[in-house]
Design a protein around this ligand. Structure first.
Ligand SMILES: NC(=O)c1ccc[n+]([C@@H]2O[C@H](COP(=O)([O-])OP(=O)(O)OC[C@H]3O[C@@H](n4cnc5c(N)ncnc54)[C@H](OP(=O)(O)O)[C@@H]3O)[C@@H](O)[C@H]2O)c1
Length: 312
């Protein structure tokens, strides 16, 4: 088997650390590009490391990418914006494929493209296209660990409560555990020739469930019907607009719920779903009833409260 030479940026986050570890374990040669001050104490010795401020050290970034086939960015938060530095550098290298940090769903509506996180990610993808850089976008829908524990989708698993938005009771949502996403990244990128991945939007899907199926799993878990709230599509549409207008960081959550309630969310991972050979996928029942749901990262109490307040 011939491995791709992969550079990773953003190795230490909640999702990204698992993906990074799976890429390292795949056997592909990995180069970690990390910002100054980033904790690299747990990076295995097989990984080569380059410390760089990618925005201020363009020439060093170009030099670091000379022996790389695929750049996989897994940054979060303000790091998303910094990916424009890769767009500037890659044309001066031999990199064959750029995989920007996305790990969500594609926004193909005007409003979704105004949601700040989606807008920033979309601008990176567009800039890469303009620079003639081959990209692969990976879409996972919602991570199980965040979807069920912090109320992004209007589901309060610990509190046995949930919101049905529009027709979400009957519409599917695409869910992946972090472990599955990590296995999928290794399966997709370790040895597939970059030319076969270029220009593709690859979906990852571990399970799909409707709102009613999730409510039934909650009932089975707790032996009591979950408390159900109902939000109209008009209400969530107004919430998206209010959040965008006022810079409230809940716009993504309200927009995702709107997409779910209108039946479009499940399709936003695209038509090309990558299956991880030999992987035993988890079921909704195993996650919610059988105790297989792993915890999400620790969230600041005010964020937890803000999500809680949307479930009423
Ligand atoms: N669909 C979903 O449900 C879902 C859920 C969670 C995450 N995601 C997506 O998954 C991707 C990775 O998320 P994550 O939660 O693993 O990310 P994260 O925890 O926020 O951070 C990942 C990495 O980003 C780096 N980073 C953060 N701010 C930076 C900055 N200003 N400059 C440079 N680097 C910076 C960190 O570097 P250091 O090591 O130097 O600190 C870290 O290694 C993101 O695109 C995120 O939106 C999607």
């Amino acid at each position: 088997m011939s491995y791709n030479r992969i550079a990773v940026y953003g190795h230490r986050g909640w999702a990204s650390s698992a993906i990074f570890n799976a890429l390292v374990a795949s056997g592909a040669p990995i180069k970690l590009i990390h910002r100054p001050g980033s904790d690299v104490s747990s990076v295995p010795s097989s990984v080569s490391m380059v410390e760089l401020d990618i925005e201020k050290q363009q020439q060093e970034l170009i030099a670091a990418l000379q022996d790389i086939d695929i750049v996989i960015s897994l940054v979060g938060l303000e790091g998303i914006l910094k990916q424009h530095a890769f767009v500037k550098a890659i044309p001066s290298t031999n990199v064959k494929l750029f995989v920007p940090s996305d790990l969500g769903v594609r926004a193909d509506d005007e409003q979704g493209l105004r949601v700040p996180m989606k807008k920033t990610k979309d601008e990176v993808e567009e800039a890469a296209k303009k620079a003639d850089i081959s990209t692969t976008m990976v879409q996972v829908g919602c991570f199980a660990e965040s979807a069920f524990s912090i109320g992004i989708l209007g589901i309060d698993y610990p509190g046995n409560r949930m919101v049905f938005t529009g027709d979400s009771a009957n519409q599917f949502v695409n869910i992946c555990t972090r472990d599955y996403v990590a296995a999928a990244y290794a399966s997709i990128f370790a040895s597939t020739p970059p030319a076969k991945l270029a220009g593709r939007v690859i979906g990852i899907s571990e399970l799909k469930a409707t709102g009613s199926e999730i409510a039934a799993a909650l009932k089975k878990k707790y032996g009591a019907e979950p408390q159900i709230f109902r939000h109209s599509l008009e209400k969530v549409n107004d919430e998206v607009e209010t959040c965008i207008k006022n810079g409230i960081p809940l716009s993504l959550a309200w927009w995702v719920r709107k997409m779910w309630g209108s039946g479009t969310l499940v399709g936003l991972v695209g038509n090309e779903v990558w299956e991880v050979e030999g992987y035993k996928k988890v079921s909704l029942e195993e996650l919610l009833v059988g105790g297989k749901l792993a915890p999400y990262r620790n969230m600041p109490p005010q964020i937890v409260q803000a999500f809680n307040d949307t479930i009423q």
